[in-house]
Structures are given as C-alpha cells and as structure tokens.
Design a protein around this ligand. Sequence first.
Ligand code: CP
Length: 323
Amino acid sequence: MKNFTSVYDVQQLDALVKKALAYKAAPFKDKTLGAGKRIGLLFLNPSMRTRLSTQIAAQNLGMEPIVFNVGQEGWALEFEEEAIMSGSTVEHVKDAAPIMGNYFDILAIRTFPSLKNREDDYSELYIKQFIKYAGIPVVSLESATLHPLQSLTDIITINECLNASPLPAGKKPKIVLTWAPHVKPLPQCVANSFSQWVNAWGKADFVITHPEDYELDEQFTKGATITHDQDEALKDADFVYVKNWSTFKDYGKIYNNDPEWMLTNEKLSVTNNAKVMHCLPVRRNVELSDEILDGPNSIVTQEASNRVWAAQAVLSEILESKK
Ligand code: CP
C-alpha cells in the first residue's frame, strides 16, 4: 500500500479486516515493524478518536507519532497552484509538504471540506497536493469527501459482530445507512465513505434512507437501494448506521431537520434486533436518542475502539510495502 485515501488503495479488503482483528487479539505482535520511523499527524480540523487511535496504532508498531494541529498552531497553508499569496495564507503546500516529507516516513492528514464550493471540495485538492509534494506515503484522517479509516473500522466492526453471532447460512446482513437530523450542515464524508466501503465489501443487502433532496453522490452509492421511507428501510435490518449529512446537489445546505428521522427504540422494533452504529461524535437526542445510545443495541463504543486496529492494519501495510 502506497497511500490510503479510499477503498481503492486496498488490494484485499477481507485480508485487511483479518489483519486488523489479529492486531486486536495481539496489539504488540509487530512492535518493531516501525522502529526508527516517524509518522506526522496533521490536523487542519478537530478530532478525538482519529487523533488518539492513530497515535496508539503507530506506537503499537514501534513508530513515533508527532501530532501537529496545523489548523490551530501552524501557518495558514495555500493549496492553489500559482496562487498570488497576498491574502491570509502564509505558506504554500508546495514548500511545506516536502519538508514534512523529510521529517517523517508517513504523513497523515485531516482536512475537512469547506461545504461552500462542491467542485473544489470534491476535487480533493488538499490531500492530493500533499500526495504530490510530500514524497512519502499519505494517509487520510478524513478528507473533503471520504473518511476511509472510519469506514474500514465500520467493516471490521460488522465482521466482528457477524463472527460473534453468525446469521443463518447464506443470509446476507441487511445494512441500512440512515440520515439523521443535525443542527448544522455536516460534510457527506462519512456517508460517502461508508457507502463506498460497504459496496466494495459486497457481502450485504445495502439500503440508504434519507429525506428528499439528500441524495449522495452516485459514485459512492451506486449498487445500494435508496428510499425516502425510513420505516420501510429499517425492516429486518441487521445493522443500522446513523449519520447526518448536508445536501449534495444544492451543496452544503440543511433542507430538513425533521426530528421524526431520529432513531428510537420504537423505530428499531421492526429490525432484526439491529446493531446501531455511528462514527461519533454524536449530538444526543438530536441525531440519536439516549435510549438507543445507552441501550443494548448500540455498538458505538466497540466501533470507536476498533479505530486503533484499523489504523494499525493500514500503517503496517504501508510499512511492509516500504521495506
Ligand atoms: N469518528 C471520528 O473521526 O472521530 P473524531 O472526529 O473524534 O476523530
């Protein structure tokens, strides 16, 4: 693996999931793989789980992680080629990234979208510029359109649950991605990415449900059944993935904040006792009810804990291919 920015950087998804679960069983089995190597973790935006889990994953492999909160503590970076830098940006990525490429062996970056200009955000300019100029492997810690470490974690967690409680032979799990209300416009990254990874995994009946005008980009959802009827979508579901996203077509807007879309135990009653997932952080009693989050169907803590093993599997793949 050279870079990790989407499911297309993974050659064998099942093998990567297996590797992650093996790290969960024995976190230090490759504790010298990254000895003498450094990973730079660059955050242009806030994080809790991604930051801590990737640090722990790197340390489990013997690497030294160095966190740089660029968004708060660094020079404002310019990403446009041939920019006349007379505005607020101070340093061009063309100058900064090669230096980081010399300081580190792997560079990991979080860059959220602006939600102002769809074309710009969906061009993934920021992470592409780091890949172009850093000269070392780049890992996405969530980019403008995707959150691959989260999605790998989600596939790992679904596999783990299915291993613990297998479905009847030949039955595919029904996985439902449901839109949920939120108070502010959020990126489509997690929903795009989850859709991309579930489709690539290819072992589920995958249904996406959202209010009208919340269609995601078809490049990620193609293959899924899409419906505006949440109750119908939830019938017989084995996993329900809850997430808000803002509109894609009329980009970055909130058209609907109907609290009726928040998942409750009553809505869950038509499922196959579904496990409920969310990437976190979550707005309680807006996106997801207390009764779900504090109830027996929620696996959000297991899911977030698995972030370590997803990151460790990805970092080990990169380290092994650099040998
Ligand atoms: N799910 C997730 O990426 O969490 P953080 O934003 O806290 O890293």
